[in-house]
Ligand binder design. Structure first.
Ligand code: SF4
Length: 469
């Protein structure tokens, strides 16, 4: 019941080349992303001050990130004063160890989970499994992914790659192994599938004493955590169990309640295309009879913060609007990115959090056409193309490419050198092959080499005085 791991996956081009052969996957992705995209566009268009909201969201996040140390300490103080316990985790291993120790201290061997990207990022379910603790996902899509021993492929709709008949099969085959079985004669009607999940999960909520969540936002001023969701499973996890453990990335801070107002408008419209999300749960510290632990997760975030261009990725509120408009994501799907963060945000966040040491992580900044649709859709104005280009500059390049780029830089550095190169090119144009040789051949596999003109524009201009002669 691990949900699989992305470890050891090959580079993005290989994953994507395999994914685009799957016509069912492409159909599912296109249908789902275009539906959400259309809903988002219409609810965003309703707000005349969307541009101002977007600018405010960006400013609040930038201000918070600039003062992150101060606000984190303020948050810790407020959570502690409200009866909660705060733990600091430098990396995934430390966060997993903290959570496992907390669960073991309760004497329980299972936890229910609210959908959380941070816990997926650190591989919490697998780490708990090794300690003999079973983590049960309660978000419908996460349940489908977990029962199917699958990987999430979208931030908001992790089972976006599955259609309803596949989901029915998964429920029929797997539900009984993890609790209440799927009803006899289950159909693939959405209502029937939702009811099967509801009955299955209800038993789990009522019998499990420890819950693990993430949070969309944390308010430094009061120590309040906020979760936005659509199914009510979050509300059940956050209120029923005796112990609640929340694992949250340190960048999820907002200074005050007033700031939350901006994000409660930006997030639902950008993610599900709704004016308001159905459930907004907030909690501050622990209530009587319950224990609350907050695990503040770094796991590479302070390193990202140190990068002047790349740090804007930490503004992300995980709405997934950038995925739904991305032509690459629409065709390649989420698994090709080899991370819990797929699509454009994954292409800039994963290589920064994990580093670019593996072939997969080094390939992610190239998983884009740089069309800029993600930047336009992003509610906190993350200039994803700018970060992609920045990361491409940091990636390791083959020697031939580096030499070629250095030579091109030398030529373009002086107008006289460029003019000389153009004249030389014009003289040698007869000898330019149709395909480039050796390691450069890949470039011409799918492109024609443009014809070199007999005379450059500059020379023509000088010779004809701008066309006057
Ligand atoms: S990068 Fe922007 S559009 Fe993409 S998930 Fe994050 S906030 Fe949403």
């Amino acid at each position: 019941m691990s949900g699989g791991t992305f470890l050891g996956m090959p580079a993005f081009p290989r994953n994507a080349a395999a994914a685009v052969q799957d016509s069912q996957l492409r159909f599912n992705l296109r249908k789902a992303t275009h539906t959400i995209r259309g809903k988002r566009a219409s609810v965003v268009a309703e707000l005349p001050d969307w541009a101002e909201l977007r600018a405010a969201g960006k400013e609040i996040k930038d201000h918070t990130l600039r003062n992150l140390d101060r606000y984190l300490l303020q948050l810790e103080e407020a959570v502690t004063a409200a009866g909660g316990h705060v733990h600091w985790a430098a990396d995934a291993a430390e966060a997993n160890r903290i959570v496992a120790d907390l669960v073991k201290a309760t004497g329980e061997t299972s936890v229910v989970k609210v959908k959380s990207m941070a816990t997926q990022e650190i591989g919490l379910n697998e780490a708990l499994q090794e300690e003999g603790i079973t983590a049960y996902e309660t978000d419908l899509a996460e349940l489908i992914v977990q029962l199917g021993d699958d990987w999430p492929s979208h931030i908001l709709v992790p089972a976006i790659h599955r259609n309803r008949s596949e989901i029915r099969e998964i429920f029929q085959e797997k539900m009984a192994s993890y609790g209440r079985a799927a009803p006899e004669g289950l159909t693939d009607e959405p209502r029937a599938l939702a009811e099967a999940a509801r009955l299955h999960l209800r038993e789990r909520f009522l019998s499990t004493k420890v819950a693990v969540s993430g949070a969309n936002f944390m308010i430094a001023e009061t120590g309040t955590l906020v979760v936005l969701e659509s199914e009510g499973n979050g509300r059940m996890c956050l209120t029923l169990p005796e112990t609640l453990i929340s694992v949250v990335g340190i960048e999820k801070l907002l200074p005050s309640w007033r700031d939350l107002e901006v994000f409660l408008q930006l997030l639902p419209r950008s993610s599900t295309g709704e004016r308001m999300n159905p459930y907004t749960s907030t909690w501050t510290g622990a209530v009587e009879g319950q224990e609350f632990h907050l695990v503040l997760l770094d796991n590479g975030r302070t390193r990202v913060l140190a990068d002047e261009v790349g740090r804007q990725a930490l503004r992300c509120i995980r709405c997934s609007a950038c995925l739904n408009v991305c032509p690459v994501y629409e065709r390649a799907g989420g698994h090709a990115y080899g991370s819990v963060y797929p699509g454009p945000i994954g292409a800039i966040l994963t290589p920064q959090l994990r580093g670019m040491g593996s072939a997969l992580d080094a390939s992610l900044p190239y998983a884009s056409t740089l069309c800029g649709a993600c930047f336009d859709a992003c509610p906190v104005a993350i200039d994803i193309p700018e970060v992609l280009v920045h990361l491409r500059g940091k990636a390791r390049h083959p020697r031939a490419e580096r030499l070629g780029m250095r030579a091109a830089g030398w030529v373009f550095d002086r107008p006289a050198r460029l003019a000389g190169a153009q004249r030389l090119g014009a003289r040698l144009r007869r000898f330019v092959p149709g395909r480039l040789p050796g390691p450069l051949a890949g470039w011409t596999d799918t492109r024609d080499i443009p014809d070199i003109p007999a005379e450059s524009f500059r020379d023509w201009w000088d010779r004809t005085d701008g066309g006057a002669r």
